[in-house]
Write a protein that binds this ligand. Structure first.
Ligand code: GLN
Length: 518
């Protein structure tokens, strides 16, 4: 068999450039059919990373040796002829706030430098059990707090479409790795939009599953009532395939939903084959107008027209409480973060500063936290601690929770008349690096449209909807579905993806200029 492969390859030029642009599903098909080995696919991606990541910085850690060993194991399992999972042998990148025993987990923070987790996150365990090939750990805003990866202690990731611009955040590394052809798939975490907004600005698919349907065990907690792990991919079907690998009940996660995972792969396949007759799509009236880039609104309007042409019944819905989402989120998320991050006390993990026999334990804690946390993390700990303090609790945290309830009710009412809701994923395309670093409020606005689904816990995804006419950069269409109806969002997104066709732009940007000499 390997002879045939070699003959097929000879004269066809280097196999690498093809392999890094293929969908995960197609890679799996070729690997399982023996047309190419997982080792070859993995090598191609490692070479691509070596060639372009100097200019992108999607990865904080690479594990070439571990990846090739996992690829060999996948090849052996396939050669043995036994049943293998649909994505066995396919490479994947993992956001660096998911624990891995064989690689560091830094959360983009100095405070975790040197820490080696003693266990794999459940989702990482499931990747390994399904024979996927973890390539490395991807960059993120420190503790997933940010919308641009500029809060990473290890320097920002750059957007593959324009390396002077942000790749979104916090999971900019995961989405950029997928957009740049460094990995066909990646895992992210979405607390307020950190999978969907990077997906939108890098022209990739990003999914925030229903809260509780993908395990948080081994996801370093930012805001536990909002955090959700999910897939990043270049197609809706690929996202669904990865979703099914990592999703489902986990007894190690106390908020894990003990219910069957919605049939997301079936829905992606059905969507790609069919139309949207009978599907009621609600356009959220509040998510347009001032602050929205004209090119983003134009691409969104086009996408809505396409949904109508596919047979969907398009109506406008109003969700007035969504205007409270941003302020409510920026009280609830920091409050939970201030509590979650208390565990970084210099005693248990990573960095320890001032442990010289001169300083008391509380001084070591405070010196370590001063040196180990960046400015945004400190800002959130301060805001959260204040919002939870006895004198402010009712006026701040309590009120934010009431606003959260109103947002849940708006969703409930909207889903009585609509099957899914749609909006732009984020108000603008990728903005220039540095543009918002001194203006936290401007940075927070990037999540205006994504946060309501975290507060309500329902499913939402971002699917590419073309390039903005004003700057030629990718735009994302957000599709929101009720809790445990993730499949609806997949069906609509898959139908839309097919209707839009391969699109008016390459799915992987031309990166030759970034290739550094090897
Ligand atoms: N950008 C938002 C924040 O800074 C969301 C982050 C996330 O989803 N992890 O909190």
């Amino acid at each position: 068999m390997s002879d045939t492969r070699d003959t097929q390859r000879s004269g066809a030029g280097p196999v690498d450039s093809d392999l890094v642009s293929l969908d995960a599903g197609e890679l799996a098909r070729r690997i399982h059919a023996g047309e190419v080995s997982s080792v070859e696919v993995t090598r191609a991606h490692l070479e691509r990373i070596e060639a372009v990541d100097g200019g992108i910085h999607a990865f904080l850690h690479l594990d070439a040796e571990g990846a090739l060993a996992a690829a060999e194991a996948a090849d052996r399992a396939i050669a043995d002829g036994g049943p293998v999972s649909p994505l066995a042998g396919v490479p994947v990148a993992v956001k660096d706030n998911l624990t891995t025993t064989d690689m560091p987990t830094t959360c983009g923070s100095r405070i975790l430098s040197g820490w080696r987790p003693p266990y794999d996150a459940t989702v990482v365990k499931r990747l390994r059990a399904a024979g996927l090939v973890p390539l490395g750990k991807t960059n993120l805003d420190e503790f997933a707090m940010g919308s641009s990866t500029e809060n990473s202690a290890f320097g920002p990731t750059r957007n593959p479409w324009d390396t002077t611009r942000i790749p979104g955040g916090s999971g900019g590394g995961s989405s950029a790795s997928v957009a740049a052809g460094e990995s066909p798939l990646a895992l992210g975490s979405d607390t307020g939009g950190s999978i969907r907004q990077p997906g939108a600005v890098t022209g990739t698919v990003g999914v925030k599953p229903t809260y509780g349907t993908v395990s948080r065990y081994g996801l370093v907690a930012f805001s536990s009532s909002l955090d959700q792990v999910g897939p990043c991919a270049r197609s809706v079907l690929d996202a669904a395939l990865l979703h099914e690998v990592v999703g489902g009940h986990d007894p190690c996660d106390q908020t894990s939903v003990d219910a069957p995972l919605p049939p997301v792969v079936e829905a992606a396949l059905a969507g790609a084959r069919g139309d949207l007759a009978g599907v009621r799509v609600g356009v959220v009236a509040e998510f347009s107008g001032e602050g929205y880039q004209p090119g983003v609104l134009a691409a969104f309007t086009d996408a809505v027209r396409t949904l109508g042409e596919l047979g969907a019944e398009v109506v406008e819905v109003s969700c007035p409480a969504f205007s409270y989402a941003l302020p409510a989120y920026y009280l609830i998320a920091p409050s939970e973060a201030s509590s979650n991050l208390a565990r970084f006390d210099a005693m248990r993990y990573g960095l320890r500063v001032g442990d010289d026999g001169e300083h008391a334990a509380d001084e070591v804690m405070s010196l370590t936290r001063e040196a180990g946390f960046g400015a945004e993390v400190k800002r959130r700990i301060m805001i959260g601690t204040h919002a939870l303090s006895a004198g402010s609790y009712d006026a701040l945290y309590g009120k934010a929770q009431k606003a959260r309830t109103l947002i849940v009710r708006d969703f409930t009412a909207a889903f009585e008349t609509c099957d899914v809701l749609v909006s732009p994923t984020t108000p603008t395309t990728a903005f220039p690096l540095g543009e918002r670093t001194d203006d936290p409020l401007a940075m927070y606005l990037a999540d205006l449209c994504t946060i309501p689904s975290n507060l309500a816990g329902n499913a939402a995804l971002s699917v590419p909807c073309g390039l903005s006419a004003d700057d030629g950069l990718p735009v994302g269409l957000q599709v929101m579905a009720p809790a445990l109806a993730d499949d609806r969002a997949y069906r609509v997104a898959a139908a839309y993806e097919v209707a839009r066709g391969a699109g008016d732009h390459p799915r992987i940007p031309e990166l030759r200029a970034l290739e550094t000499s090897r």
